[in-house]
Design a protein around this ligand. Structure first.
Ligand code: XIL
Length: 319
């Protein structure tokens, strides 16, 4: 018994967790991570990003990513590749070059095809996926200004997707973003992008719904929103779920967090083409939240001692 076993019984592909290479020396942590009844899928938190995989132009390093891919294979878990094109965690040679369109197109194509090609067939199943483009939108639904958009406009997205499809025709290709959990301008922009890509014949298989949420503030329109996205002919997945609170934690906050986890999981379970759910690490011990959102934390379903929190029971109730 475990979260992945329950999710699969209910018709989903997986329940998974993010992880990161430095965490893998903690044997109490890996004992839970490696159990494929609990987690049927893992995502590398950092080690497949551009700065980690192509630190110098044309020089690729896969040691960190391979450790996670090998772990997934050993454990009988699916792999979500994360990610190939993102404004953040770029090596300085990408951000500091004054690109023209031809040069940056070639750099994107080389990066995406080499990284996605390297991991082709390394997963146990063809149903693994890649976050090919990560976080392309501002919260108001306009495209984010970054080296890619500023040089190529929105064409960088199709350049990356086409290169990924050619490198691994079996991988599900996703665009992943946050603040698209409920209906609103940003989700509408994502839907418009999917429609536009499909009308041009650009490969797009899924939309990743990150779901970095706040206790007491889970959007009420989540199920409706997921239905609207899947109605466009793509799958969705909850890709980076955590639900943070302002510290210190209290029994009341932990109880609201349990309800909130159940709400999110229930929304995915109710939507046929929501294929799986991933927490952005399962334990508060390794959550990215405290170092990113000052004064906030306790966002995960296991606490810092690797004990299950009420949120765990909320997930079970939602599955
Ligand atoms: C985070 C990692 O968890 C941190 O370790 C790192 O310092 C910054 O990135 N959205 C994403 C993820 O798509 O890649 C981010 O991961 C969290 C927000």
């Amino acid at each position: 018994n475990g979260l992945n076993a329950l999710a699969k019984t209910q018709g989903k592909l997986y329940f998974g967790s993010a992880t990161d290479n430095p965490e893998l020396t903690n044997t109490a942590y890996t004992a839970i991570l490696d159990n494929n009844m609990m987690f049927g899928q893992i995502t590398p938190g950092n080690s497949m990003k551009w700065d980690a995989t192509e630190p110098e132009p044309g020089t690729f390093t896969f040691s960190g990513g391979d450790q996670i891919a090998d772990l997934a294979k050993t454990n009988g878990q699916l792999l979500r590749g994360h990610n190939t094109v993102w404004y953040s965690q770029l090596p300085s040679w990408v951000t500091s070059t004054s690109w023209n369109a031809t040069g940056l197109t070639a750099a994107i194509q080389r990066h995406v095809s080499t990284v996605v090609g390297h991991y082709k067939g390394q997963s146990l199943s063809s149903s693994y996926s890649w976050d090919v483009v990560n976080e392309p939108f501002n919260d108001d639904g306009t495209f984010r200004s970054d080296v890619f958009y500023d040089t190529l406009g929105e064409s960088y997205i199709s350049i990356a997707l086409i290169a990924a499809r050619a490198a691994d025709p079996n991988a599900k290709l996703y665009i992943n973003d946050y603040n698209i959990e409920g209906t609103g301008a940003k989700s509408t922009a994502m839907q418009n992008l999917v429609t536009s890509l499909k009308s041009q014949g650009v490969p797009i298989d899924g939309v990743g719904i990150e779901s970095h949420l706040i206790v007491g503030e889970v959007p009420t329109t989540m199920q409706e929103n997921l239905e609207a996205i899947t109605a466009l002919g793509v799958e969705v997945a909850i890709t980076e779920l955590d639900i943070r609170m302002t510290l210190p934690e209290t029994a009341a906050l932990l109880d609201q967090q349990k309800t909130d986890y159940q709400t999110v999981i229930s929304a995915c379970m109710a939507v046929e083409k929501c294929v799986g759910m991933t927490v952005w690490d399962y334990t508060d011990l390794y959550s990215w939240v405290p170092s990113t959102f000052s004064g906030q934390g306790a966002a995960c379903p296991w606490d810092e001692n690797l004990d299950r929190k009420p949120a765990y029971d909320g997930i079970v109730a939602g599955l």
